[in-house]
Structures are given as C-alpha cells and as structure tokens.
Design a protein around this ligand. Structure first.
Ligand SMILES: Cc1ncc(COP(=O)(O)O)c(C=O)c1O
Length: 396
C-alpha cells in the first residue's frame, strides 16, 4: 500500500484521537525509518523516547524470536522466568526492592497512585490519600494518571476527574510546603518534565522533595516513564540528583519498542499491596520481559551510558552553535533535549520532516530531540544539518 492508501483507509477506520502526520512508516533499521512510498527519515522521535536501541536492533530481534518459540503468555497465577529476571535487574540497578509489571506509562502511574493510597490505608491512615502533583506535568491518559497530569487542556471534557490530587508549582518548594497536611500520601513528580517542555527539576528542588517526604513520612513517587532506562545518560534520571524515590515508574524505553511498563517500590512501600490488590493480565508477559531484560543488559553497561552522555553533549553543543535569535533556551540531559523558541514550532517540525528528519514538539514552542540511544555521531551531524537547512526557510 502507498502512504496515501494507508492514510485513507486509516481515516475510515481508526478513531481520531491523534493529530496524525501524512506519513505511514512501514520499516526501520537503527536510527532510520522508511515510509510506504520508500522515503527514508532520520528518526529523532524514536516512538517518543521509546525505541531506545533504534529500530530492529539485532539482539532484540533475536530475543523476540527465541522467546516467541518458547512461551508467549501465561497468567500471573504462575511464576514467569523472564519477569523474575527483569525484576531482579531493575531492583539491583535502582536500589528499590519490588516490581509490579504492566504495559504502559499510564498504567505504571495508576499502580503507583493505588499503592500510595493502600500503603496508608494499611497503616490505619485512610485519610492520607491525596497526592501532590505538579502544574505542567504529564503522567498519562487513564483517569488517575490524567487527573495527576497538571495541564488543563488534557482535562477538558473529562469531568468528573478523580478526587485527591493537589497541584503545586514545579521547581517551587514553597508551593509544595503550602499544600502539605496530614491528608497527603505522597508527591509524584517527573525529574524532567517531558511533555511539559523538557524542563529539568532543579537539584535543590528534587532534594527538598525527598526531605519533605522523609519529614512527613510520605512517599516520593518519581515518574521516569520518559527519562528512565538510560535516556539522560544515567540509567535512572534520579541518579543525577542523588535522590532515591519510594516508588518509581518506568515504561517507554524499557521495552525498546515492545510494550511494557513497571512500577518499582521499596520493600516498605510495596508492603501496601497484598494479593488481590492490583493486577494486569498482560503485565510481566514473558515476551515483553525477555525483550526488556535484553534492553536493560545493553543500556546498563557503563560504556553505553557514557556514550549517551557524550552524544548528548555533542548534540547540545551543535544546537547551541546554531545561534538563531529565535531560540530562547536549550534544556535537558543526555539524549532528551528541548529547544524552546519564541514562537510555535509546528511549521519547523513539518519542514524538517519534508527534508527527512523526524522531530516532535513538547508543548507548542519546544522542539524535543529524543533519538535512539544508539544514534551515532554521523547521524547527529546529519540531523543538525537538516535542522539548520530547515531553519533557513522557516519564516513563521
Ligand atoms: C513522564 C510520562 N509519564 C507517563 C506517560 C504516559 O505513558 P503511556 O503513554 O505509555 O501511557 C508519558 C508519556 O508520554 C510520560 O512522558
């Protein structure tokens, strides 16, 4: 089928929840994808920070093939070897103790919200059921994660939202302090606000959140759905801050493109859940966990993470060199970078795509760059060159 044929059929049958671009991608290898008409693109979207090892990484293909001949799915009524292996890797790397597996970021966050509530319920403090979240955050589209998301545009039309969320200003510790009382169960925060415009938490802000949680005996929940699994140049973004969460959520890059999510917790926090409290049919599926295990093996290597950091610096430096007066700020860590402009960037992203570079926004004025972590220096140069070419003709 051609691009147009796929698009036409899609418009007929697919629910219109996405503002889709006029491209149908049909194959990919490494940092490149190809559309149905044969046009090749350098992919700096990577499934939105998800294809951490690029497309069709040989070791992941092999892992899927091997696991697909052994076992696809069994219920969590039984123990599942690839799930146990992945959990043991994630707990070792995070210093947390227990893992619940699911299928997406939103689902991981739902699990975190439920765990925080049940944790205090079991301590005979059911009144501690509110979570402090942040304006401009993004935690997903299910009702709990949506309510936790501090952006009105995503809430519109979905009332009534859930009770029990308090919205503070990001990077403003006083606004958090002013919401603390004995109904608060925890604070849920992204170490770098992703959808909200690639805004990193200040060092002192995240450390102060940890201190508040310790002082109040409440839970710090870090949403690392976008920043986790090597994206920032450390396996977890919280390592940049020296702040350990009580609950941590992951998804996106963990499966390298295979759907998987995870919610990790300390032994103490995890004690909030007993059998029957939470579940997911596909969560911890053998295929997903086999792939996740391989992704973790590759990404957790010190040389791999050092390279992510180095390539992130090269990309950031090249972006700084552009020196366009319309640029307001360049933010981010490792290979999650945002370039904020003094105007909307949709037109710029469109020109880049026409020239063979896929990019995505993070809010109306920010171009987000989240290439595969395996991107090489030549590809970074190529992307920056296309970006510069696009800027010459971007007039808006
Ligand atoms: C920080 C963060 N949390 C949660 C989510 C939701 O993840 P999913 O789309 O897998 O439900 C996202 C998705 O962009 C995200 O960036």
């Amino acid at each position: 089928m051609t691009n147009q044929a796929i698009i036409d059929k899609g418009k007929e049958h697919i629910m219109a929840t996405y503002a889709r671009l006029p491209v149908a991608l049909v194959k990919g290898k490494g940092s490149y994808v190809v559309d149905a008409d044969g046009k090749q693109y350098l992919d700096f979207v990577a499934g939105i920070a998800t294809c951490s090892l690029g497309h069709c990484h040989e070791e992941l293909v092999k892992t899927v093939q091997e696991q697909s001949q052994k076992l696809w799915h069994v219920s969590n009524l039984y123990w599942i070897e690839p799930q146990v292996e992945l959990a043991s890797k994630l707990t070792r790397l995070s210093g947390l103790d227990k893992v619940f597996f699911c299928n997406s970021g939103a689902e991981a966050n739902e699990g975190a919200i439920k765990l925080a509530r049940k944790y205090f319920y079991r301590q005979n403090k059911p009144e501690r059921n509110r979570i402090i979240v942040f304006k401009n955050s993004f935690h997903g589209r299910t009702m709990g994660a949506l309510t936790a998301t501090g952006q009105a545009k995503y809430h519109e039309g979905f009332a009534p939202l859930l009770e029990g969320f308090l919205y503070a200003e990001y990077n403003n510790i006083m606004s958090v302090e002013s919401l603390i009382d004995d109904t608060v169960a925890g604070i849920m925060v992204e170490p770098i606000q992703g959808e909200g415009g690639i805004r990193p938490a200040d060092l002192n802000f995240l450390r102060s959140l940890r201190q508040i949680c310790d002082r109040e005996g409440i839970l710090l929940i870090l949403d690392e759905v976008q920043t986790g699994v090597g994206r920032t140049g450390k396996f977890f973004a919280f390592e940049h801050y020296g702040v350990k969460p009580d609950i941590l959520t992951l998804a996106k890059g963990l499966g390298g493109g295979f759907p998987i999510g995870a919610m990790l917790a300390t032994e103490k926090a995890a004690s909030g859940f007993a059998p029957g409290d939470h579940a997911s049919t596909f969560g911890g599926n053998p295929l997903a966990c086999a792939v996740g295990g391989k992704v973790v093996d590759i990404v957790a290597k010190e040389e791999f993470l050092r390279e992510v950091e180095a390539k992130g610096e090269i990309l950031r430096e090249a972006l700084m060199q552009i020196g366009d007066s319309r640029i307001k700020e360049i933010r981010g860590k490792g290979l999650i970078l945002g370039v904020e402009w003094d105007r909307e960037v949709k037109g710029l992203i469109d020109i880049c795509r026409q020239k063979g570079l896929l990019l995505i926004g993070a809010g109306p004025n920010v171009v987000r760059l989240v290439p595969p972590l395996t991107v090489n220096r030549t590809e970074i140069n190529q992307a920056v060159n296309i970006f510069k070419e696009a800027l010459k003709i971007w007039q808006e």
